[in-house]
Design a protein around this ligand. Sequence first.
Ligand SMILES: [Zn+2]
Length: 251
Amino acid sequence: MTLLALATLAGCARAPSPLTPAWRGSIGTPNRGVLVEGAELRRDADGLRWLRGNDRHWGLPRFTAAIERAAARVARERPGSRLTVGDLSAATGGGPLSGHLSHRSGLDADLLLYVTTLGGAPVDSPGFLRFDVEREWLLVRALMEDPQARVQWIFVSDVVQALLLEWATARGDSPEIVRRAQSVMHQPHPGGVHDDHIHVRTSCSTDEMVAGCDPIGPRRPWLATDATPPPDGDRELALALLRPLVGDPAK
Ligand SMILES: [Zn+2]
């Protein structure tokens, strides 16, 4: 028996097959899924760097693009910033990825916390220094505001979560964005304390569900508007829904 046949028997039963030719993208669940036609997060993208030079930087193309946009936005607002990116998924996902319970279907990304020296100068993570709540909130907010990021969860320690929400509230950020961020941030059990990174999980869109993505966990009500493109008459309304929330003091 070939290795490929063994692998098929061993648990890739959810990969596309002649019986399910339409399955593509993120298939199955983050804990038991695979990734087909993923995109690799660009190593030379603006405002980010890989933590390790390995083949674990693959995800759904809209998700890797959203991470690149968020990192670029932080770098625009705080020049010189670089987000250090840990593991996403392997090129085809599937199988256990050492050190992770999920990360198998292109929906997960570990993003190291922004840190500074004790004197306040921005430096690349890791190398434990001082948590930079300001840039971290810029990143979280950029992800929450990007309709393509479709953030379902941000797994992070309670301490980091408290600091971020306190900061966002104190600087007078949009209460709606703060409320959304609060609902997606969660310290996981089990899965580690997440005190050196945030683990971002994107949620399947309607089209992605048709293509094989199994929705698990809560449905975020503010993500429900993606289902079908609106008719032309509703274009204004659609644009309004995709625009950043009014009252954003950073605009
Ligand atoms: Zn993770």
